[in-house]
Design a protein around this ligand. Structure first.
Ligand SMILES: Cc1cc2nc3c(=O)[nH]c(=O)nc-3n(C[C@H](O)[C@H](O)[C@H](O)COP(=O)(O)O)c2cc1C
Length: 259
């Protein structure tokens, strides 16, 4: 908790612009109420709910004047309407093109959007495979009011990812990625030795839990993405890597996306 408090204070010292923090930071769900209290104490302006949709937490955050972004990892209309009724301020819809933990349904980002526009009375941000200005414009044209971007920031100068990871992203396209089953549903990675093993297991019918053990969740990600160990780690990125042609600063990236 204290580490989180320090990280929030670092952000507050760096900017007076609004920033957001997710409250689900580990699989230890008992930390969630403690995180919520900490965010209120520290005056965090925006909180991300990863589809937890807990009425008490929403009420507490709203009473404290905190804006809530609800990102549905598995977008469905019932949950979107629930988020709206609970008082979410923004809805993020996550398509199958994203990096990180993939949704259960293999629906690409643009068609996820098509299912919700006009049916939910909340501003929608689209997530998954958006890494350049053209993709932002396409998302807006399809009815999104904003975009939610992860992978493109991994290839920025400021990101803590290993330099070899940034270069590999620049030199790869979505076609190079390996998609495999794991817990809870799917993951994709640049073709490290570990990712090749997970892919082979997935193709050969191993169970999700068998593959998840080999993938080694947070450790596999740290080794691959932060330490550049492409034997024992994986590199989780989205299909948007096809749009990334050089390593940029965060400012250059944001100027391009918003331009
Ligand atoms: C390496 C990696 C780790 C991620 N970890 C989380 C996470 O812990 N919590 C979360 O809400 N989203 C996580 N995401 C997903 C992002 O919030 C976002 O939905 C996604 O990056 C958007 O798609 P894009 O990567 O194609 O831009 C992660 C994404 C990546 C690439």
């Amino acid at each position: 908790m204290e580490r989180m408090r320090n990280e929030i204070r670092k952000v507050k010292a760096l900017t007076n612009k609004p920033f957001g923090v997710p409250f689900m930071l580990s699989y230890d769900f008992s930390l969630i109420p403690l995180m919520v209290d900490l965010f209120i104490e520290e005056g965090v302006p925006v909180v991300l709910d990863n589809g937890w949709l807990d009425p008490e937490i929403y009420a507490k955050l709203k009473n404290a004047g905190i804006k809530i972004i609800c990102r549905l990892p598995n977008p469905n209309l019932a949950d979107a309407l629930k988020a709206q009724a609970l008082g979410a301020d923004i809805l993020v819809l996550t398509g199958f093109d994203e990096g990180g933990t993939l949704p259960m349904k293999e629906v690409g980002s643009f068609n996820v959007l098509a299912e919700f526009v006009g049916k939910v009375d909340l501003p929608i941000m689209l997530a998954g495979g958006i890494a350049d200005k053209k993709a932002v414009q396409a998302s807006l044209a399809l009815g999104a009011e904003g975009v939610w971007v992860g992978t493109a920031f991994i290839a920025t100068t400021e990101c803590r990812s290993h330099q070899k990871v940034k270069e590999w992203i620049v030199n790869s396209t979505a076609n190079d990625l390996l998609l495999f089953r794991t817990e809870p549903y799917y993951y994709r990675s640049l073709p490290t030795q570990l990712a090749k093993k997970c892919f082979e297991m997935s193709e050969n019918g191993a169970t999700r839990s068998e593959i998840a053990k080999v993938m080694n969740a947070g450790t596999g990600m740290r080794l691959g993405m932060l330490e550049g160990d492409f034997d024992n780690g994986y590199v989780s990125v989205g299909n948007g890597i096809s749009q990334i042609d050089r390593i940029k600063t965060v400012k250059e990236l944001i100027d391009e996306l918003m331009g």
